[in-house]
Design a protein. Sequence first.
Length: 207
Amino acid sequence: MEQNPQNHNGTVTHPSAGFGSVPNGSASVRNVPNDSAGFRSVPHFSERKENHTLTVREVARLFESAGVARTERSIVNWCQPNRTGIARLDSYFDPNERRYYISPQSVEQAIAEEKAKATKHKDPSELFGNVPSAPETARNAKSHEYDESTVKELERENLDLKITNRAKDMVIDRLQNEREKFFDLLLSANRKVGELETRLLQIASVK
């Protein structure tokens, strides 16, 4: 049977005692920096500038007028910082109105970039009969839907104005009729007063 070795002091050393000094591997793990901590330093644009004047809907209409239509959702995404913390559009988010205000300069630059992309990656089908691509067809359909909704809204407003004008005309006609009746009563009363004065004069002359 193997005996435990003795040291120079005569005490028995246990073979497993050396294992107690093994460094804890998890201790160094605690010192590893958290990668997510760096995201807290992303700048927050909280100040509105004088050139922050365009709304998301107005910017979408500018893109559509320039021939590179983009959805309002895309415009909102461009107002938000990307992975590097940079937003494509210079914008300000109003917490009270809960919407973005965008600078026209950044919109013009983005439109120019989108036009350059469209020219570079032009659909080959357009070279043969100007056949519209599927995304363009979808955008045209959506634009047509917007046009129909706008027309319906204008028709409702026109109908409301017609009803208001009719009610106003009715009130004016009623006031004019009442005014004419009042003048008729006034004239009638004046005639009666004149007749009474004439009779009184005739009676006075007889006496």
